[in-house]
Design a protein around this ligand. Structure first.
Ligand code: CTP
Length: 404
């Protein structure tokens, strides 16, 4: 499950104009399955109405140490939280927290928690660049607090500069990564992504519609769960920090890159759409149309996945992907058997919102001993979670054959 699913998050909102964006952060945390406990400072209530957070979050917003229905709200919030996320975090809140000062419910909660803390500063450029503020942030970083830095953009009053709060989607992604289980720590995960391009001549190629989004989402999820990730990719989709990235273009380049690195991998996820055929003799110069209609003779490429199946080392988990139309289950299970896989992840690419180029996917995951998970339509990161959960399941309970 996702890092946020079922986790308790205190969402602290302090008095910056970006407080209106915290509404979106709240909604996204809820969508990701978190239990959200909102806390506003008095300043924040000048920027956005408390009712908004009470309506969206899991419980009513708390604003004071003194008028809540419970006598000591800060200890309940601090002790039960899995994460305290403050967005926006003003210079005052940052300063109080760095110096151990509690002067309202939010700062009291920050001091009363042992959960990880994420601060998302937002303020005017002059305040952001103030050495006192930067020193406080350095101090907090050195204590393990995660700071999601602001960007440059439009600020309150029409000024433009550094200090604009990070985007809600990025803030929630950081929260999710912090709460992700570290169940892949110590494992090397090799992922392939994107479609290969097989040259016809120096300007033309035989390609396919793979965007690489699913492969990159798998790499990001594996990295968030503590794996050492090697990503062999044909695309320039975003890459998680710390990933060993190998850029390739053709099936042959992907074959070399993958076979070189597979021996060191505990898990191989072949999400790339590798061409099955390539032009046998790519033209060294551009083919000119006045030279007549060219005949392109194709030859097969190496089936990398099948080769990996032959070379597989004990304890390695091999996962193939199958983009199908028609009888998806039947085609996928025959690939599972033919290539000797631990899992096959199949999708019906003819269905709406599924597969190539979309941000969403719906997959059927099959294993050899009747193992089966049928996912609903979800975003590709959620599909990545589901696939990696299945990998962990196979490696731990899978007939006791494989050990982590
Ligand atoms: N694959 C591979 N090397 C190739 C072709 C595919 O490693 N030359 C991998 C893909 O990365 C994917 C799986 O094999 O994990 C897809 O299986 P495949 O049988 O190649 O699917 P299709 O090309 O769609 O084959 P078919 O025409 O039989 O459906």
């Amino acid at each position: 499950m996702g890092g946020l699913q079922g986790r308790r998050v205190v969402l602290g909102v302090s008095g910056g104009i970006a407080a209106y964006k915290a509404v979106e952060v709240c909604r996204r945390l809820m969508d990701a399955g978190a239990y959200v406990m909102p806390v506003m400072t008095r300043g924040a209530t000048h920027m956005v109405g408390p009712t908004t957070f009470s309506a969206l979050a899991s419980e009513p917003v708390r604003m004071s140490l003194w008028d809540a229905p419970e006598p000591i709200p800060h200890t309940r919030l601090g002790q039960t939280a899995d994460l305290v996320l403050v967005a926006p975090a003003t210079a005052r809140v940052i300063g109080c927290y760095a110096n151990g000062i509690s002067n309202d419910l939010l700062t009291a909660t920050l001091l009363a928690t042992r959960a990880p803390v994420v601060l998302v500063p937002a303020m005017h450029t002059e305040m952001w660049e103030q050495p006192a503020v930067q020193l406080n942030l350095d101090l907090l970083r050195s204590r393990g607090v995660t700071i999601v830095p602001p960007g440059v953009g439009r600020l309150a009053g029409g000024d433009v500069g550094a200090g604009r709060m990070a985007e809600p989607a990025d803030i929630v992604a950081v929260a999710s990564e912090i709460l992700a289980p570290q169940d892949l720590a110590g494992l090397t995960v090799l992922v392939t992504a994107g479609g290969t391009r097989e040259p016809i001549d120096p300007v033309r190629f035989v390609g396919n519609r793979s965007s690489g989004k699913q492969g990159h989402a798998l790499a990001a999820e594996a990295a968030a769960r503590g794996a050492d990730v090697v990503l062999v990719t044909t695309t320039n989709q975003p890459v998680p920090p710390g990933t060993d990235v190998v850029c390739v273009e053709t099936a042959a380049e992907m074959e070399d890159a993958v076979l070189d690195r597979a021996a060191g991998a505990d898990v191989v996820l072949m999400a790339a759409a590798v061409a099955d055929f390539r032009p046998k003799a790519p033209a060294p110069d551009k083919i000119k149309k006045n030279e007549g209609i060219p005949e392109i003779v194709l030859e097969p490429t190496t089936d990398i996945l099948a080769e990996l199946g032959r070379r597989r080392r004990p304890g390695q988990t091999l996962v193939g992907f199958a983009a199908e139309t028609g009888d998806v289950r039947a085609y996928a299970s025959s690939k599972l058997r033919a290539k000797g896989l631990d899992l096959v992840v199949a999708n019906d690419v003819s269905a709406p919102d599924v597969g190539f180029e979309h941000d969403t996917n719906r997959v059927l995951v099959l294993g050899p001993d009747g193992f089966e998970i049928e996912g609903s339509l979800m975003d590709k990161r959620a599909v990545a979670r589901l696939v990696l959960d299945a990998v962990i399941d196979r490696r731990t309970s899978g007939e006791g054959k494989q050990k982590k």
